[in-house]
Design a protein around this ligand. Structure first.
Ligand code: SF4
Length: 428
């Protein structure tokens, strides 16, 4: 979502005549797109603001703004003790950034705009149709906000209630990027599986996916994130039947313990995860399934944590994003009893990471010798001569190849698997 926010800001500002600075020291306007999902990204944003303050001391004409979830969460509180910060703008006022900058350039003071709307007509869409730069892979938001109120999460408060974009608007945008060279799109939403429920004429996510598959030029379609409670059989069938839909599912499970899932307000039991994974693997035997896991949630004792380890061992996810629980102010989980000490949470996290990493490593080693389709995206960090790209299961592969292959989907044999991905070689 932050990538999309940034690309919208780019579009709005390009439309207003601004140009991107090639080097940070040449920039006259800085806009931080922030994230509130944990404490760490918020701290990073604050530390970046400190750095910008130093730049502004040298050049007082610099304009500094903050947007994204942290801006929405804290509003004008962010300005306290930061007189150098010119504006704070909420998640739904991105389109007003050029006019805010204009008024600041005219010497006016600016008051934060943070209102959240529930109306689809207010979605910040106009900038979307003139994306200034189109890459091989593009993110396309299909919905905004969330209605799920998981007890640890700030999104429903910072991004508002769930609103889906009109199907035709999304398809037009996919066609727009396809006509400009994009090959792979990732459809984005906090819970893509409930796409379409807020439309005047409700549509399912599976319907949107099958329509997107008809667009010429797009060869791969991904989506994220899938909430297990809303993952339908229709979606599994649609994935299995369409070659363009990547055989990868990011299924955010969060915990392997029913009581913790209840406290998290996730609205499913662990049995559902086992049955979904079984259905997915039956329909698509080679599917890659990844997940998110939180350890050290309030009330998680050794038994509950062991249940998460058991689920990870049983299911064998291809990889996982794993975090210790980090209370976000004003969310229900931050006020729950049974908060665990950071050192204990981190110990559990280490055990979980060790287990999942061993599974990821073994699965990647087992895949050695397989031939995969890889979208060559550019040169690897090694530079010219070695290309890099992802398989449809979202595994990174580096392999020898030249510039002429960039932008093509090619067959690559996986020669060496490790925790982070693969070395491979071109299949002639
Ligand atoms: S479904 Fe995702 S975005 Fe929505 S409240 Fe839960 S964790 Fe947050």
């Amino acid at each position: 979502m932050n990538e999309d926010d940034s690309s919208q800001i780019y579009s709005y500002l390009s439309g207003a005549g601004y140009e991107p600075a090639l080097k940070e020291e040449d920039a006259e306007i800085f806009i931080l797109v922030t994230c509130s999902v944990r404490e760490k990204p918020e701290n990073k944003a604050l530390s970046k603001l400190g750095e910008l303050n130093l730049l502004k001391a040298e050049n007082p004409n610099i304009i500094i703004g903050v947007c994204g979830c942290m801006a929405q969460r804290l509003g004008d509180k962010l300005k306290v003790g930061r007189p150098y910060l010119n504006f704070v703008v909420g998640t739904e006022q991105i389109s007003s950034i050029p006019s805010i900058i204009n008024s600041i350039e005219d010497g006016q003071k600016y008051k934060s705009r943070l209102s959240l709307s529930e109306k689809t007509s207010d979605l910040h869409l106009p900038g979307r149709t003139n994306k200034a730069q189109v890459g091989l892979r593009e993110f396309i938001p299909i919905m905004y906000g969330c209605n799920n109120f998981c007890s640890y999460c700030v999104v429903p408060y910072t991004r508002g209630r769930e609103r889906s974009r009109e199907t035709q608007d999304i398809l037009d945008e996919i066609k727009y990027v396809a006509d400009r060279g994009c090959i792979e799109v990732t459809l984005l939403g906090q819970n893509v599986n409930s796409y379409g429920q807020t439309l005047q004429e409700p549509k399912t996510f599976a319907y949107l996916l099958s329509k997107a598959c008809e667009i010429e030029g797009i060869e791969r379609i991904r989506f994220t994130t899938s909430h297990p409670k809303d993952l339908s059989d229709e979606l599994i069938d649609t994935m299995a039947q369409n070659d363009k839909i990547c055989k990868h599912l990011h299924l955010a499970v969060q915990s392997g313990d029913d009581e913790i899932l209840r406290l998290m307000n996730r609205k499913y039991k662990i049995e559902r995860i086992y049955s979904l994974v079984e259905k997915l693997r039956k329909a698509m035997p080679k599917i890659s399934i990844t997940t998110d896991l939180i350890v050290g949630f309030p009330g998680e004792d050794e038994k509950a944590f062991e249940n998460t380890l058991k689920m990870v061992r049983d299911i064998e996810f291809d990889s996982a994003f794993m975090f210790s629980f980090n209370p976000i102010p004003n969310t229900p989980a931050a006020k729950m009893e049974g908060q665990r000490l950071m050192k204990d949470k981190n110990k559990s996290l280490e055990r979980l990471i060790e287990l999942q990493n061993s599974i990821t490593c073994r699965k990647n080693k087992d895949a050695e010798g397989e031939v995969k389709k890889v979208l060559a995206e550019g040169f690897s960090t090694k530079g010219e001569g070695e290309l890099t790209g992802y398989t449809d299961g979202l595994k990174i592969v580096n392999f020898e190849g030249d510039k002429s292959l960039i932008g093509k989907i090619i067959d690559v044999k996986l020669t060496k698997g490790s925790l982070y991905g693969f070395q491979g070689e071109l299949v002639k």
